[in-house]
Ligand binder design. Structure first.
Ligand code: ATP
Ligand code: MG
Length: 764
């Protein structure tokens, strides 16, 4: 037994590392070393138990977590063995399994994974083809209905059987066409990845037997956030050896809105009889004060199993609570603190993380950081892959790797302009569907199209020849970078941009250069695994899987900005939780729904426990968000923390009125008075700094009191009666707070977007 692997571990951790046989549940609070235990357990299996690395599977929540785990295992037992372990997210695992065997389901192994943008374009086109008025029926609502159907494992045929209202009927028809198009184009969407893998394992006994035998030891991190489909997948894989180790913390389940099911971890011992349970109680990450604050907050949740989490890291500094006049001031305060600590406390920019509830909150902070010249990385904010020029190039690459990819064909056939009109394309689509050909093949045979002039025929054939040339490059096994350069040149994409050097085009050229950095990095690090179809397909998969949570570059000395959700599993010496206000965090929707409030509180627990040494909680009296001014009370989560852990002296920097307010306990500070605005301070109280809040009052008209009680449970599928428009069905719930909007499909009107709190609607 290698002592090195157990060095410094407490007895419970050591037990979890060395208990390798049978089902194992490691339940423990934040920062107690769960992920570390999994990492060491994998190393222990290989080094001490002599298990072959390729018989081990470890599932992480993000690609970044997978990379980190791989690196740590490499540090412990060497890079060769570490690379042979399957360490990946559910989606990446699904792609890998499908690349090997999806042909058994009638797909080609070099299938394309389509992104959200391409999904929308496809649905839009289908709706138009089906003469659906897309002003009335938003393609996005249709798409999310399709996605829900897939997650419920409902086929287009099954869906059509139960489709009774007008909207469902439209969805049923679109869903059937959508799925047919995907299959024709040899494409799958993200929902399909998990569903098809389950289908594969359930339908193909040899494939199931292969993986059940292969994966002798299975590990899942962040198990509290698995959804039903992922649960099913694990259940199938683990049925062979039953050596399944899962780690999780029921207090950190924060993806309920995406289908995560907390019951799954709570039922583990019932599902896997004879499971061993290990509890870890020592936290190694945070100071005692940070931990106490986190425990204070989470103690308010209902029906939880209370835990005893402690640390011997010492009390550390108090948590600073700061309330500013405005969101701008809040940003300025944060910058001041960062600058100060970098100057005087020997901290680096990379020590800081700024965490917020909703992406929209980042804009103001970003602006301030840019002005102050502080380097930062924003996780999830990178729009790089959404830029037109990048998506065009990706479409070319996709068409090269999968010539059946009609979506990509349509995107690039006239990009740059090749003088092909809409009519020619419509005719081409009809011609292709007549012969059951992909569009590229149809274009290559355009000379057979009787209804097309020879000029247009030639243009289509030229395009097919051009693509053929590029496809051949792939067969010569050129690097991704060389292939990309060939695309830039042969398609005349770059040349066309250079011809008119507008600032916009110059920016596009810069982005295309930047994309070559991505390809070069891939070429440099690429190592095929045994199931690789080709490096081109692997490159496309990798890009498709880059999720928004994953673009943190640890090498850079940058401040990190991200949502609380994206911060799960991470840690930073100094953390700012910003926008700690009612209606923002907890979100408005959560305030009126106890179940969601519990999830929101778990998110607060996750946020607080990211901090190692110092935590700041900040908010503002007034803020511009979603284009509106609002005045929110301080978050109840602040009040839930015992005052002895909070340092309120920062409030003293404000004017005396605010200082006085800040020093009062939360409940007294914000007693709602009759005639108050919907959220915010009572009407008639003095405004801080004489700021005139009339405008916000005007914006905040009184909500419909009926809706306040009812909006508790607005969800997709609810039936609605509207005063004027009659009966409708909720097809989408968007946004937070007073901004919560419902997309409602009315028989008479099509889809209308309504403000939940204000519209004259009643739930049936
Ligand atoms: P989370 O719930 O946030 O995912 P976790 O339980 O997975 O947290 P880890 O990230 O594994 O916790 O560990 C938290 C920190 O504590 C890490 O920096 C880790 O290296 C450190 N740590 C864990 N166990 C020990 C130990 N026995 N000795 C020293 N450091 C430890
Ligand atoms: Mg962890």
């Amino acid at each position: 037994m290698s002592q090195e692997l157990l060095k410094g571990m407490n007895p419970q951790q050591a037990e979890a590392v060395t208990t390798t046989e049978g089902p194992l549940l490691i339940m423990a609070g934040a920062g107690s070393g769960k992920t570390r235990v999994l990492t060491h357990r994998v190393a222990h299996l290989i080094q001490d138990q002599k298990v072959a690395p390729w018989r081990i599977l470890a599932i992480t929540f993000t690609n970044k977590a997978a990379r980190e785990m791989k690196e740590r295992i490499a540090d412990l037992i060497g890079v060769t063995d570490a690379n042979r372990v399957w360490i990946s997210t559910f989606h990446a695992m699904a792609v890998r399994m499908l690349r090997r065997d999806i042909d058994k389901l009638g797909y080609k192994r070099d299938f394309t994974i389509i992104d959200a943008g391409a999904q929308r374009t496809l649905v839009k086109r289908i709706l138009k083809d089906q003469n659906v008025d897309i002003e009335k029926f938003d393609p996005r609502s249709v798409l999310s209905a399709i996605s829900n159907a897939k997650n419920a494992m409902e086929t287009p045929v099954g869906y059509a059987k139960t489709a009774n209202d007008i909207f469902s009927k439209i969805v049923a028809k679109a869903y059937a066409a959508y799925q047919k198009q995907l299959e024709l184009a040899q494409s799958v969407d993200f929902d399909d990845l998990i569903m098809l893998t389950i289908e594969l394992l359930e339908q193909e006994p040899e494939v199931l037997a292969y993986y059940q035998d292969k994966f002798e030891y299975i590990h899942v991190d962040e198990y509290q956030d698995t959804n039903d489909a992922q649960y099913r997948l694990i259940q199938l894989l683990a049925a062979g050896w039953k050596n399944l180790a899962v780690v999780g913390d029921s207090d950190q389940s924060i993806y309920g809105w995406r289908g995560a099911n907390l019951e799954i971890i709570l039922n583990f011992e019932k599902d896997y009889l004879g499971a061993k349970k290990v509890l870890l109680e020592q936290n190694y990450r945070s100071t005692q004060i940070i931990l106490n604050a986190a425990n204070d907050v989470i103690a308010n949740n209902h029906g939880r199993i209370s835990k005893n989490l402690w640390t011997d890291n010492g009390d550390g500094e108090k948590i600073t609570y700061h309330r500013s006049n405005s969101d701008r001031d809040e940003a300025v305060y944060i910058l001041g603190e960062i600058t100060n600590q970098v100057k005087n406390k020997n901290r680096q920019y990379r020590d800081f993380a700024i965490l917020y509830r909703a992406n929209a909150q980042s804009r103001g902070i970003e602006e301030a950081l840019v002005k102050a010249n502080i380097p930062y990385t924003m996780v999830g904010g990178s729009k790089f892959y959404e830029r037109k020029e990048i998506r065009d190039i990706l479409a070319y690459l996709s068409l090269i790797t999968n010539p059946a990819d009609d979506e990509s064909f349509l995107r690039v056939v006239n990009e740059p302009k090749r003088g092909l009109g809409d009519t020619s394309i419509i005719k081409l689509r009809a011609f292709a569907s007549e012969h059951n050909w992909p569009l590229l093949e149809a274009a290559a045979n355009a000379h057979l199209m009787n209804d097309l002039q020879s000029r247009a025929q030639n243009k289509l054939m030229d395009f097919a020849i051009l693509m053929q040339k590029l496809i051949q490059q792939e067969q010569f096994d050129v690097s991704i970078t060389d292939l990309t350069r060939a695309v830039y040149q042969e398609t005349k994409y770059v040349e066309t941009l250079k011809v008119s050097p507008t600032p916009e085009n110059e920016n596009r050229l810069e982005n295309l250069d930047e994309f070559l950095t991505v390809t070069e990095q891939f070429d440099k690090n690429y190592e095929p695994d045994e199931d690789s179809v080709s490096k081109y397909v692997d490159f496309m998969s990798e890009l498709a899987l880059v999720s928004d949570i994953d673009n943190v570059d640890q090498e850079d000395n940058n401040v990190t900005l991200m949502t609380l959700h994206a911060a799960k599993g991470l840690e930073f010496p100094v953390v700012f939780l910003v926008g700690m206000e009612e209606s923002i965090f907890p979100s408005f929707r959560a305030i009126i729904d106890p179940k969601q409030l519990d999830e929101e509180r778990r998110l607060a627990y996750v946020g607080i426990t990211r901090a190692k040494e110092k935590l700041y909680l900040t908010n503002a009296y007034s803020r511009m968000l979603y284009g509106k001014m609002s005045n929110n009370m301080a978050s109840r989560f602040i009040d839930e923390i015992s005052p002895k852990y909070l340092d309120m002296s920062a409030a003293g920097q404000l004017d005396s009125y605010q200082a006085r307010e800040a020093s009062l306990p939360f409940a007294r500070r914000f007693q709602p008075a009759t005639g108050t605005t919907f959220q915010g301070r009572p009407v008639g109280q003095r405004e801080p700094n004489n700021r005139n809040l009339t405008s916000s009052r005007q914006i905040h008209q009184a909500p419909n009191p009926d809706n306040l009680e009812q909006s508790v449970s607005w969800s997709v599928g609810d039936l609605v009666t509207h005063k004027k428009w009659g009966t409708g069905t909720v097809v989408k719930v968007n946004g937070l707070g007073e901004d919560m909007e419902l997309d409602v499909a009315f028989e008479s009107q099509g889809i209308k977007r309504l403000l939940a709190a204000f519209a004259p609607i009643k739930k049936q």
